[in-house]
Ligand binder design. Structure first.
Ligand SMILES: [Zn+2]
Length: 296
C-alpha cells in the first residue's frame, strides 16, 4: 500500500534507513533536464539499512543539500545514462569521496560492464583521471567507486539485469531514449529504468514505447513514467501517454516534466482530448518532489 508522507526538513537530514524495513522512494527532483522550478529527476530509494540514489545530475548535489544530505553521506549510486541531468554530479561524488570525505571508503556504483566503460571514457575520466599519476598510470573508475555488478536475467523473453542490494531487488531494463531515430533498444544508447522489488517501476528516460509500461503494469503497484509536455524529441509526451489504457494510467505518476506543467494553457491545445490536469485525465498525478512515497 502506498502512502505519501511529508519529509520534515527541519528535523535534520533525511534518514537513509527505514526503521520498519518498508520501501521508501524520494524524488529529489521531478523536473526535466533544463527545469529551473524543480530539480532534475534523480531519486533516492531506501529500504531497511540500504539505499541507492538513482542518478545524480548537475543539480544532484544541490538537491541532496535540500534534504540535509551530500554526496559523501549517500553510499550507493546507480547511473541510468549519460545525460548531464543524470550523471552531471558524478564528478563531485568521485572527488568528494576520494579527497574530502572522512574515510567511509569508496561509494558503491551499480552498473553494467559496458556502460561502466562508456561512463568513464566519455564522461568522468576527463575531470578526474589525472588527479594523481602513479608510476605513469592515471586513475581508473575503480579507484573512485566500488562496482556492484548486476546479473543478466530473462523476464518474459526480454533481457533485464538485477542486483540484490540488501532487502531490495533492483531490476534494470533498457529503454529507447536516444537517438530519436532508434527503433529498438538495441539501436539506442545505453539508458535504463528500474523496477524495485517488482513493485515500484520507474521508467527512466524513454521515448513513448507502448509495450514498455504495459509489460510491467500488472505486477507493479505504481508506475512512475517520464513525461514531457510536447511531442517529438526523446521523451514520452503527455499526449502519447494518454493513449495507454485507463487501468495503466490510473497507477501512473508522471515525472521529468518542464517548468510549465502547472500552466496547461501553455501546452494543451483546444483540439486535445485532455485537460492537462493528470488526475482529471485518468493518471495517478504529477510526481511530487522531496516527499516520501512509502510502500507498506
Ligand atoms: Zn536523458
Amino acid at each position: 500500500m502506498l502512502k505519501i508522507n511529508a519529509i520534515n526538513k527541519d528535523s535534520g537530514p533525511l534518514s537513509l534507513t527505514t526503521d520498519d524495513g518498508h520501501l521508501r522512494v524520494v524524488f529529489l527532483g521531478v523536473g526535466s533536464a533544463f527545469a529551473k522550478r524543480n530539480r532534475q529527476s534523480n531519486m533516492l530509494i531506501i529500504q531497511g539499512d540500504h539505499h541507492v540514489l538513482v542518478d545524480c545530475g548537475t543539480q544532484g548535489p544541490l538537491a541532496l543539500n535540500d534534504v540535509g544530505l551530500n554526496v559523501v553521506k549517500v553510499r550507493t549510486y546507480l547511473p541510468t545514462h549519460s545525460h548531464a541531468d543524470h550523471v552531471g554530479g558524478f564528478e563531485e561524488i568521485a572527488l568528494m569521496n576520494r579527497y574530502i570525505s572522512s574515510g567511509d571508503g569508496k561509494p558503491q556504483m551499480v552498473i553494467l560492464r559496458d556502460y561502466q566503460d562508456l561512463l568513464w571514457s566519455k564522461t568522468l575520466s576527463g575531470g578526474v583521471e589525472y588527479c594523481e599519476v602513479n608510476q605513469g598510470k592515471s586513475l581508473q573508475i575503480t579507484d573512485f567507486f566500488e562496482i556492484l555488478r548486476p546479473k543478466a536475467l530473462e523476464l518474459d523473453g526480454r533481457k533485464v539485469w538485477t542486483y540484490q542490494h540488501g532487502p531490495m531487488e533492483i531490476m534494470m531494463m533498457r529503454t529507447r531514449h536516444f537517438p530519436d531515430s532508434a527503433i529498438s533498444v538495441d539501436e539506442s544508447q545505453w539508458c535504463c529504468g528500474v523496477f524495485i522489488n517488482r513493485k515500484v517501476w520507474i521508467s527512466g528516460d524513454t521515448m513513448f514505447d507502448y509495450e514498455y509500461p504495459t509489460r510491467f503494469a500488472n505486477e507493479a503497484e505504481i508506475l512512475f513514467h517520464d513525461c514531457q509536455l510536447f511531442n517529438g524529441g526523446v521523451h514520452a509526451s503527455y499526449q502519447e501517454l494518454m493513449t495507454l489504457p485507463p487501468d495503466i494510467r490510473a497507477k501512473m505518476v508522471l515525472y521529468h516534466f518542464g517548468d510549465n506543467w502547472d500552466q496547461p494553457q501553455t501546452w494543451v491545445k483546444d483540439s486535445d482530448k485532455y485537460t492537462g490536469n493528470p488526475v482529471e485525465d485518468g493518471f495517478y498525478g504529477w510526481a511530487q518532489p522531496q516527499v516520501a512515497y512509502d510502500f507498506y
